[in-house]
Structures are given as structure tokens and as C-alpha cells.
Design a protein around this ligand. Structure first.
Ligand code: SAH
Length: 460
């Protein structure tokens, strides 16, 4: 397996300072089952490339193996040629200082994003190009991948799982290295390293700046920790804790959009759409813990904001999060939080120009969904209704999700884009609305985006 990292930021030779590798000599670092050779195929002010060539000792690799894989597999496997986790080990050993965000000679360089290009050959990727995209695209990478057929003489055998990959991005070298360090073995998804508490720590440490906000953080965690559920649960609860503790202001900043977490991105999309309707009063129905309400309260356009949920517990948390007790009088007058149900006609919902149901309808079984339609579209009749729901087609990108499973145990259904459009069109037609549909989140032509949104407006 060969890894090269190049930059064209002048003077490009700065890369050698950042990586702490002297350009004038070929160097070696030893890892548990082999040697990594480091050298510079390009070295000028215009372009600098460092190469890391991994040379694995297959016999040593077998001897080091600690689990009881069946005997023949020890000799008939691809590890000497791909050995992705060993590539990570080599990156850590060869570029440990750079990964730790340090540069003695030119400390001013560490926080500068460099235009960087990475080439990896022989990278095993379970899940193919789609997987590469879901891992690297959210981190801002341009991705080119070339697959290899299993056997060129037998094209009907299909593609192998090995790729030559070119990644481009403008990032700090430290981030680039931590991305590669964690994501190369995640691509591979083979169980060939021992996973214990130490791996949880590595994941948290190396991923701390970007993993909590990565839309595929669950998949990354599960694959990295080899589906050991106790470790995965521990890591995920740490990641979610970080999410809770992150300062909330970050969300409103326009330039932080790439970093927005999935749910925040969804809420922001809904808030933007509500602003566009021109409504001055909005109701968040099934408001949960009040995250959308917080965004809505930040918008002066909304003079009246209502949060309604059936769950008393959620409403208590919403009160807490919105700090309603300490709210200035004027703000208090704008906001109402009420317990209620979408199943029943409720006069308190009347008079709001727009309503949102964010990730709510999939919690309603068929008769309840029909009741909600009557209550909201037939009786309450806000001018505008925004509804979001999971896009089922996207689920195939969640590697660890069993086929036909749903994202949440309480979901009664998850719809494809067509199913959602059919439902939305019928509801609009029956109740005198028109409707349009939007994708929320990064969209792929094959499966769409994570979330789908319908925007209903009453016919004039
Ligand atoms: N909109 C919130 C919460 C989504 S979870 C968010 O996006 O963060 C779904 C919410 O719908 C839960 O808070 C649940 O209590 C609420 N809910 C479920 N059935 C409901 C019903 N019949 N009436 C009102 N709220 C309901």
C-alpha cells in the first residue's frame, strides 16, 4: 500500500517542516509487522510530495495475530498488500508530531489550511465509492476513485474491493492526518487488529475536532471499534455528550454550515423555510426538547411562537433549554409551550400562520397519521405547513443497519421519496393546498438526502 501527500502551497517544501521529515534522505520507521519507507518523489518550491510505502512482513503478521482465525486464512489473505490498519499505525509513527499539532521550527504553519492532495493505492473499501463519499465528502474532500475488477479476464465477476483513491482538500496537515488515520481502517472494515479500550481513546483523541459533527459518526465508530457493542456504545455516548456541551451559538453562523450536525442542519433548513413563507406566527408541533423553538425565537420575524408536544418530559426539558424562567418579559410573551396532541382538534393551535412538524409523522401509525391530517390540514389550516421525515432510500448508506430496519425503534414507517411525494400530493389535493418537496442534507442522485421535506401552502 502506498500513500502520497502533496501540496502546491509555496514554498511547498514547508510540508517537510510540518511533517518533521528531512527531505534529503530516505527514512524508515518500524511498525509491529513491517517497515514504512518515507521519501520525497517531488521536492521543489512549487510542489512537494512525500511518499509512505508500507512494506509488510507477512510471516511476522501471522505470528503477531492474536485471534483464532481459521488456519488457512493466515496464509491466504490480502493483508501484506493492503494492511490498512498497519498504514494507520505507520502514519501515527511517522507523522506523530504533526498529528499532535506541533511544529518546532515553523509553529505558525500548523494552523494554516494547505491545499493538499492524497493518493492511496490498494485501499480496500467495503461499500465502494458510495462509502468513500459518505466518509470523506462531509469533511470537504474532493474524491476520485478507480476500482479494479476482480479479474480483468472475467468481467462478469465484477469489481473488487480495492481502489486507487485521490483525495483533495484544503485543510491543516494535522486534520488531514487524523482523517486518514481513522478513516483508512474504517474503509477497510476488516477485523485484523485487536480492539479494546485503547481504541476508544484513539478514536476520541484523533477525531475530537471533526467526528462529533460528522454525519456518518455512528458508522465510523461502529466500524472502527469493530462492532464491539459495549465499546461502540461508550464511544457514541461520549460523542453525543460532546454534542450536548458544544456552545449553541456556533449553529447560527453561516460559515459553519459544513460543520453543522445533521439535526441542526435539518432544523436550520426548516427555520429558513418558515422565514421564507413570510409568516409572523409559527407553531412547532411535536416540538420535543425545543431545539427548533430556540432557532425560531432568535428570528425577529416571528412575533408569536408556539411549541406543542404530547410528552410532558420533553416539554420540561424544552423549558430548561429555553430558560423560560429567566426569560425577559417581552420574550416570554412571544412564546407558548403547551402539552397537546396532534390527534385532537385544539383551539390553541388556531391563528398561527405557519406550522412545522419536524421528524414527527414517522412516529404516528396509520390511523394517527390520518387523524393528524384531519386536525392540521382539515381543521387548524395554517397557511403553511412544513413537514420533514427520514428518507428511507438513504438508509442503505448506514452500513451497520440491517436491511429494512428503521432509524429509530419508535418509528412506525420510513418512506422513500416517492412514498412521501404520493402522501403529500394526496393530502394537498384533499385539503386545498399545494406542495413542493426538498432534500435536506447532502444529496446523492441515487438515494437522495438523509431527510426529506414537504412545504405545503394553502391555495389562495
Ligand atoms: N421535532 C422535534 C422532536 C422530534 S421526535 C425535533 O425535531 O427535535 C417526535 C416528537 O413528536 C416527540 O417529541 C414526541 O413526543 C412527539 N409526538 C409524538 N406523537 C405526538 C402526538 N400525537 N402529538 C404531539 N406530539 C407528538
Amino acid at each position: 500500500m502506498l500513500l502520497t501527500i502533496s501540496t502546491t502551497r509555496k514554498p511547498a517544501t514547508d510540508l517537510s517542516f510540518l511533517l518533521h521529515k528531512h527531505p534529503d534522505k530516505v527514512q524508515q520507521v518500524e511498525i509491529s509487522a513491517g517497515i514504512a519507507h518515507l521519501f520525497y518523489p517531488d521536492l521543489s518550491d512549487e510542489k512537494c510530495t512525500i511518499a509512505l510505502l508500507l512494506d509488510i512482513d507477512p510471516v511476522g503478521l501471522v505470528r503477531k495475530k492474536s485471534d483464532n482465525d481459521f488456519a488457512l486464512q493466515q496464509y491466504v489473505n490480502d493483508r501484506p498488500y493492503v494492511a490498512s490498519s498497519l498504514m494507520s499505525a505507520a502514519i501515527a509513527k511517522a507523522f506523530g508530531t504533526a498529528m499532535g499539532d506541533r511544529c518546532q521550527l515553523k509553529p505558525e504553519l500548523v494552523s494554516i489550511p494547505f491545499p493538499l492532495e492524497v493518493q492511496l493505492s490498494g485501499l480496500p473499501v467495503k461499500g465502494g465509492e458510495e462509502m468513500l463519499h459518505s466518509l470523506f465528502a462531509p469533511l470537504g474532500y474532493g474524491i476520485e476513485a478507480n476500482g479494479y475488477p476482480i479479474d480483468p479476464q472475467f468481467p462478469e465477476w465484477g469489481q473488487s474491493r480495492y481502489y486507487s483513491v485521490r483525495l483533495t482538500n484544503t485543510v491543516t496537515i494535522q486534520h488531514l492526518l487524523t482523517h486518514l488515520y481513522l478513516l483508512i481502517p474504517v474503509c477497510d472494515n476488516e477485523k485484523h487488529y485487536f480492539v479494546g479500550q485503547h481504541e476508544v481513546e484513539k478514536l476520541m483523541e484523533k477525531g475530537k475536532d471533526w467526528l462529533p459533527s460528522h454525519p456518518a459518526r455512528e458508522l465510523i465508530t461502529k466500524r472502527y471499534l469493530k462492532y464491539k457493542s459495549s465499546l461502540t456504545n461508550e464511544a457514541l455516548s461520549m460523542l453525543l455528550k460532546e454534542e450536548e456541551e458544544e456552545p449553541e451559538e456556533a449553529v447560527a453562523e453561516e460559515e459553519s454550515i459544513p460543520k453543522l450536525r445533521v439535526h441542526e442542519q435539518r432544523l436550520k433548513a426548516v427555520c429558513d423555510e418558515l422565514l421564507l413563507t413570510g409568516a409572523h406566527s409559527v407553531a412547532d408541533l411535536g416540538c420535543g426538547e425545543g431545539k427548533l423553538l430556540k432557532l425560531l425565537m432568535e428570528q425577529k420575524q416571528f412575533k408569536k411562537v408556539l411549541g406543542m408536544d404530547v410528552s410532558h418530559r420533553s416539554l420540561t426539558i424544552a423549558h430548561d433549554k429555553l430558560k423560560t424562567e429567566r426569560m425577559p418579559e417581552k420574550q416570554k410573551e412571544r412564546l407558548s409551550l403547551i402539552q397537546g396532541s396532534l390527534m385532537y382538534r385544539d383551539k390553541r393551535l388556531e391563528g398561527y400562520e405557519a406550522a412545522a412538524l419536524v421528524e414527527v409523522i414517522e412516529h404516528l401509525d396509520e390511523p394517527r397519521l390520518a387523524a393528524m391530517e384531519k386536525v392540521i390540514f382539515g381543521y387548524t389550516k395554517p397557511m403553511h405547513v412544513i413537514i420533514t421525515t427520514p428518507n428511507k432510500e438513504y438508509n442503505i448508506l448506514f452500513e451497520s443497519m440491517p436491511e429494512n430496519a428503521m432509524r429509530h425503534t419508535d418509528h412506525r414507517f420510513e418512506w422513500t421519496r416517492t412514498e412521501f411525494a404520493d402522501w403529500g400530493n394526496r393530502v394537498a389535493l384533499e385539503h386545498g393546498y399545494h406542495v413542493s418537496f426538498k432534500a435536506v442534507g447532502e444529496e446523492t442522485p441515487e438515494v437522495g438526502a438523509l431527510t426529506q421535506m414537504a412545504i405545503f401552502s394553502k391555495n389562495k
